[in-house]
Write a protein that binds this ligand. Structure first.
Ligand code: SAH
Length: 274
């Protein structure tokens, strides 16, 4: 038997880099969001997530991170995790049995309602709605592919959801996993300093955010738009909304169309009620 022992392939990163057993239980809060990441590169975590706000929150026990090393689940003396594609062709494919063992172990420890997601260019593209729903879950189990990706049967067997960072191909799922964890975490209570900034930022209401300015008030002959210095909050809100609409319309016709449809539907509802 290889790699199925409870302690194999695990290195918990939470309040400190000590193994889980050495961490006093009250360091990780009961409501902590739990991220598990199955990867051949566990050393690439926490990466950026260990910095700044998400890093502070990790230290404070608001979330925990378990990178699960795929290698110990591999076959034979060399712990092989991949093999050549059935039907021929370039590259290597991650074996279903090897990945299956890693998933089975991860899911035994996962938070009760944590989705199981494979980062994949074939997946549903990430968006803010997806991040909101992830942030509402207790955590997530993420699978990072490498090489040509995963044997299809393991995806089917565990009904794994595929999610993409965008329409391009990365060398592995780790960067996409970190992007996803970051975007979900900052929507959790207590992680960002200022909750109001979440409500106002891009995508929160379906529009891109208005432009931002700060000191100096004049830079290389470019003044800050005077309305922003007027102190008239209603005017400022109107200006920002107008800029947000113009930007969205120019840059993202898809978002603009969806926003207009939503606004029209909302107006209909108000008319129906009245
Ligand atoms: N042969 C695959 C690509 C494999 S890339 C295909 O053409 O679909 C290797 C791994 O990188 C994938 O298994 C996946 O985990 C990750 N990856 C690549 N592009 C990604 C993207 N846009 N979003 C999320 N993960 C991606």
């Amino acid at each position: 038997m290889t790699g199925t022992g409870k302690s194999h392939g695990r290195k918990s990163i939470r309040a400190t880099l000590q193994p889980r057993a050495l961490i006093t239980p009250n360091r990780e809060r009961a409501d902590a969001w739990r991220a598990q990441v199955i990867t051949l590169l566990p050393q690439s975590f926490p990466g950026t997530l260990g910095e700044s706000l998400t890093g502070r929150a990790l230290k404070d026990g608001l979330w925990s991170l378990d990178p699960i090393d795929l290698r110990p689940f591999g076959e034979g003396r060399h712990r092989n995790v991949d093999d050549t594609p059935a039907g021929g062709g370039a590259g290597m494919v991650l074996r279903a049995d090897v990945m299956g063992r890693a998933i089975a172990q991860a899911r035994r420890d996962a938070a009760p309602a944590a989705p199981l997601i494979y980062l994949s260019p074939r997946g549903r593209p990430m968006d803010q709605r997806m991040m909101e729903s992830l942030a509402r879950a207790d955590g997530v189990t993420l699978i990072c592919g490498r090489f040509e990706g995963l044997d299809e049967r393991v995806i089917e067997h565990y009904a794994i959801e595929e999610v993409s960072l965008g329409d391009f191909v990365l060398s592995g799922g780790e960067i996409a996993a970190q992007a996803m964890i970051d975007a979900a975490l900052r929507l959790r209570p207590g992680i960002l300093g200022n909750a109001a900034s979440i409500e106002e930022e891009s995508f929160a209401d379906g529009l891109l955010e208005h432009p931002q300015y700060t000191r100096p008030s004049d830079w290389k002959g470019r003044p800050i738009p005077p309305v922003l210095l007027s102190g008239n909050h209603a005017e400022i809100a109107r200006w920002r909304q107008a800029r947000a609409r113009a930007l969205t319309r120019a840059r993202r016709p898809d978002l603009w169309q969806a926003w207009r449809t939503r606004m029209a539907d909302a107006a209909d509802d108000i008319e129906d009620d009245g």
